[in-house]
Unconditional design. Sequence first.
Length: 168
Amino acid sequence: MAKEKWDVYTRDFTKTKKKVCRGDKLKDDEYHMVVNAWIENDKNQFLITQRVATKPHGLMWECTGGSALAGESDIDACVREIKEELGIDIDKTSAKFLGMTTRYYKNCPDILRVYIFRDNTPLKNVTIQQEEVAAAQWASKKTILKLIEEKKFEANAFVKDALDCKAK
């Protein structure tokens, strides 16, 4: 299986002509794009997933996300990640941009772009990607805040924004 290719960006989110393969070391001034996709339903619940035990931060709860592939927009990366991890064909017109931040990880700095989507897929219709996801649930803001307090939720940037925002 071919390695994923990523576009390389500058700190100010300007795409360069360079591409790298997942696992290649990036310089301190090179970034790849990562997306987080929050999904909110009409009951003001959020679809969260639990990472498989074998991944870093195993069994932590989180919103859906991952690295954008070369040539992919942030919205298209969200749509693909949601389809891969949850089996949901999300309506990208429901997306609302929450924010962007740069993060530094040695040899792999990234630019995180965060969106919230509106969707009402019943849990019984969610098909989790077993290599990445151990479980999924619709959770209230209160439940997610409790998971964060218990250090059982991967609270990346803009989590509070997502919980306080209403998707379209």
